[in-house]
Design a binder for this molecule. Sequence first.
Ligand code: NFS
Ligand code: SF4
Length: 648
Amino acid sequence: MEPKKCSNDKATQEMLKHAYEAGVETAWDRFAQQEPQCGFGKLGICCRNCSMGPCRIDPFGDGPQAGICGATADTIAARNLVRMVAGGAAAHSDHGRDIAHTFKMAVESEQCDYMIKDELKLREVAARYGIKVEGRETKEIAGDLADAVLAEFGKQEGTLISAAAYPPPARQKVWKKLGVTPRSIDREIVEIMHRTHIGVGSDYKNLVKQGLRACLADGWGGSLIATELSDILFGGPQPIQFGSNLGVLDAKQVNIIVHGHEPTLSDIIVAVSQEPELVKMAKDKGAEGINLAGMCCTATEILMRHGIPVAGNFLQQELAIMTGVVDLMAVDVQCIMPALGSLCGCFHTKLITTSPKCKIAGAEHIEFHEDRAVETARQIIKIAIENFANRKGKVQIPKVTERGIAGFTTENIFYHLGGRFRASYRPLNDNIINGRIRGAAGVVGCNNPKQVHDYGHITMIKELIKNDVLVVSTGCSAIAAAKEGLMRPEAAAKYCGQGLAEVCETVGIPPVLHVGSCVDNSRILTTLANVVAEGGLGEDISDLPVAGAAPEWMSEKAVSIGMYFVASGVYTVVAEPLPILGAPNLTRYITDEIEKDVGGKWAFERDPIKAAGMMLEHIEKKRDALGINVEKERKLYDMEDRRTLSVE
Ligand code: NFS
Ligand code: SF4
């Protein structure tokens, strides 16, 4: 396979060439081995929900049009789709639950490796949960918040507190009317599993409805909890410089990569990795120091809080090992390829699993417990140091790195847009209203070997910023943008249309704002809620000139994210179609009719330029509806005007 046809990223191309020469298999090779992929699966029309099946529907209409129980293509595809939402919402929310447990432990224990780092955010969040904050001690407030948040997962009465505290009132009305206001996090996920069991509901719209409810419990619930408690516990991010791509690995140092999603262990590894005793140990073994880097969303958590470099995104995890200099890779949960187990067997890299939820054949398991966080982190670092001497074979580190700025949040975005003395969303809204910024787009999500690695993200983002659309990005998409240099402030002059360039240059921000990991897509939701609340751009998120996209998505989490953006009123374009195309009515509903119900809808487009075009068209349509696309009268400048202009 031609490396250039696999990836747009120079470092990845170099490593793929190296892999072929060395005869080491990667996800791209395994993808080729899977071709042709199963057509029924792609179209979403196979079912194995009971043992009368597996059943499949003939997409050409000649063969069976119903499963043994009578389920049609629409029923089967809708059940499969909402089960993907359940998987994604479960992953995000269980991550949120783990952070909530760590938070509770930090609050309750006297001696704990974690502490509350962002008191201001604690008070803000607690107030939103209806907890009294005035005149109370931090510990008291935090204790109440921990209980309130943990109760959100399994409560039996009422609705999710955050789903009523954060979204605009108009949005809440939409959900209420449709009957999709989330009640509690676990309940909505469980109900999907119930409803998709053999012989429960067959009405595809009613199945999708539960998907909407569960994804909202993710975006405005589980993911939001993960984000907010992480900020309180590990510190709210601030704009910070970071390095990206495989070139951040250093042959002369002990290299440790943390990979996965949760910040609980990685944040502590950051804290102890430069302890003099450990650094000395590394030097005694002949290394110059200890070099920590991240991969995937765990990377994002520590890069936006500590500036730790990111070695790469999802499709680069195997390639990092192949450099021959990764002495240890510690993983927690999600997006960790099982292939790493056998791959590490061919290299000297020690693969360490740390979560009881994620054990991998070929990896050593060192279970991480929050109450012994520092001890475990030191133990892991020591194993890496010991392993430095075991390096063998060729070292191949691509000399490719880029720098960028990350760490934008719902709270700090407006400081940067408004300047220190005008801390509000006003300047952002004004710039959208006056047309300097046409709108905003969230470009997020994974890598997928079905697309040329990183190409979709980068091409789409460049097209958007060229047309004066401000881009916010998370997860592997953000890493792709960073590697391309799109998160440097200088990118504004190079790639943006005039209006966006002006705004970015005045404020000193890059045109692509890194707002965090995948659970931090909740930051995009709360930012949108703030933009609505600031006024002048309609009453609801669905009124805003914004769009979402996941140009290289692959995970169930991405389906939940896409669905909660749609359910929140955002037009969302993905490259690889959802596996529903074999179900005509469901497809029509998801890509069209659903807009009447929730204000947002899905679109599928593999070409990133075309997809960006669809987003731009949508943004302009919303601007028209808001009446902010008025043609400005051409002004003829007189001398006086010119003088004032040149003073600026
Ligand atoms: Ni999101 Fe992060 Fe990456 Fe996709 Fe996986 S790491 S949670 S799922 S692949 S962006
Ligand atoms: Fe077949 Fe129905 Fe069973 Fe699915 S639930 S496997 S369609 S019989």
